[in-house]
Design a protein around this ligand. Structure first.
Ligand SMILES: Cc1cc2nc3c(=O)[nH]c(=O)nc-3n(C[C@H](O)[C@H](O)[C@H](O)COP(=O)(O)O)c2cc1C
Ligand code: SF4
Ligand code: SF4
Length: 268
């Protein structure tokens, strides 16, 4: 897998560099345009191509975004609401750069309320929510995570990206962190939490809120005892999923990224 930039088409806006979650681009000192300095860090998300206004990014020589015909081929079929829903799923993106304007708590609470209609094993609805929308508390959480990385030597990419590449893979520049928890004795605690969070994300993105799943944050909430304590996770419950969110800042995706991996399907 390799990302390529067509220098002839590129206008040097640097949007690709800004949104790359793996911080692998650097600016060429001569042209001022980006080049993939660490292509081996690429996770193939195609954010660079999805944001590029010039169609200058290709992937292993092929298209990194869906062409009009490609988009039609994927979405065509249902028409009406079915078509719209599929297009919405294709257009959902992970956002990591946000404005300073807070998302009103009412919008978040309404989205959570709608997850009461998400499916859950035995209709138990075991999921609870913890939300941190205080920037001082978020900074405290981040410093706990950085201390953990420094003392354990695990997940070193977190502090490397943060300190050397100005990229916060834990929560972007979000001012709102959302955690789900569920009791260990629930029938399907993790699956139920993942479904609820997925629906939560879709409802928010349909209202223009930018969201991103936060695997690092979720993992750290479980392994750093002070963080678990700070979050007030109820006894007998465990953090299952995490997400960060906000109103998107200068991060808009006009293109739909291509997906390199084709689905594995077995019909029996
Ligand atoms: C379970 C899970 C954990 C993730 N954890 C992180 C994370 O810690 N930090 C981050 O920046 N993105 C995280 N992501 C976002 C993925 O990188 C992103 O979904 C993927 O690159 C595809 O991009 P897209 O969501 O815009 O289509 C996570 C996604 C999932 C589903
Ligand atoms: S987003 Fe496109 S035009 Fe802008 S710097 Fe990157 S490759 Fe060049
Ligand atoms: S595909 Fe994703 S990880 Fe790879 S260079 Fe583009 S934005 Fe970065």
């Amino acid at each position: 897998m390799s990302i390529e930039i067509n220098a002839g088409k590129c206008i040097g806006c640097m949007s690709c560099k800004t949104v790359c979650p793996s911080s692998l681009f650097a600016a060429d000192p001569q042209t001022g345009k980006p080049f993939p300095e660490h292509p081996e860090w690429c996770i193939g998300c195609m954010h660079c191509a999805a944001i590029c206004p010039q169609g200058a990014v290709t992937f292993s020589g092929g298209e990194a975004c869906l062409s009009e015909a490609g988009e039609k081929a994927v979405t065509m079929g249902g028409g009406g609401y079915a078509e719209e829903l599929k297009r919405f799923i294709l257009r959902r993106r992970s956002y990591r750069h946000f404005s300073n304007i807070a998302v009103p708590r009412s919008i978040i609470e309404n989205a959570i309320a709608a997850t009461a209609w998400s499916p859950s094993a035995k209709n138990e609805h075991p999921v609870g929510w913890i939300i941190v929308d205080d920037r001082e508390k978020i900074a405290k959480i981040l410093s706990m995570i950085h201390e953990y990385v420094d003392s354990s030597g695990e997940y070193r990419e977190i502090t490397y990206y943060y300190k050397k590449r100005d990229n916060n893979v834990v929560c972007g520049d979000s001012g709102c962190l959302v955690f789900t928890y569920s009791a260990k004795q629930a029938t399907s605690p993790l699956i139920d939490a993942a479904i609820a969070m997925t629906h939560f994300e879709m409802i928010l993105q349909s209202q223009g809120v930018g969201t991103c799943w936060a695997g690092y944050l979720q993992g750290m909430a479980a392994i750093i005892p002070e963080l678990t304590e700070m979050l007030g996770v109820p006894a007998g419950a465990k953090i299952r999923t995490a997400m960060f969110l906000g109103w998107p800042g200068d991060e808009r995706y006009p293109n739909i990224p291509a997906r390199a991996k084709k689905p594995d399907i077995t019909w029996l």
